[in-house]
Design a binder for this molecule. Structure first.
Ligand SMILES: [Zn+2]
Length: 118
C-alpha cells in the first residue's frame, strides 16, 4: 500500500484496514464525500479492532505519540497503538518513518528536504 499524508489510520491500533461513513449520490452510487473528515468515533470503523473508532492521519498519530511518556531507556511507558509499554521509541519512530512519503524527519519533524534549496 502507498502511504500519503492523507492516509487515514485507526487511532486506537494504527491499522489502515478501516472504513468510514460517506455520502453517496443515490442515483449514480458515486462517492461524494466523507460524513466527517477525519472520521470521528461515530463515522469511523476499524476492521482490526472490529469497533467504531476515530480515524486519524499520520500527523495526528504523531501528535498523539508526543503525549506518551518515555523513560530513561528510550522506552514508551504507556501502550501506544499496537505497541506495548516498554517498546523502544525507535521502533515506534521506524513505524512512522515507513509511513511518511518523505520520511519521518521531513514530514513530521519539520526538517527541510534539501538544505541547499533555501
Ligand atoms: Zn483499530
Amino acid at each position: 500500500m502507498n502511504y500519503t499524508l492523507n492516509t487515514l489510520y485507526c487511532r486506537d491500533c494504527g491499522s489502515t484496514h478501516v472504513l468510514a461513513k460517506a455520502w453517496v449520490d443515490p442515483n449514480t452510487e458515486k462517492f461524494d464525500s466523507l460524513v466527517t473528515n477525519p472520521p470521528d468515533e461515530e463515522d469511523g470503523w476499524c476492521e482490526n479492532c472490529e469497533s467504531n473508532v476515530e480515524l486519524a492521519t499520520i500527523e495526528i498519530l504523531w501528535n498523539d505519540f508526543s503525549q506518551i511518556p518515555i523513560n530513561g531507556n528510550d522506552e514508551i511507558e504507556e501502550p501506544f497503538l499496537f505497541f506495548e509499554a516498554g517498546t523502544s521509541r525507535f521502533d515506534v519512530w521506524h513505524w512512522f518513518d515507513e509511513r511518511c512519503p518523505n520520511g519521518l524527519a521531513v514530514d513530521l519533524m519539520g526538517e527541510t528536504p534539501n538544505k541547499n534549496d533555501s
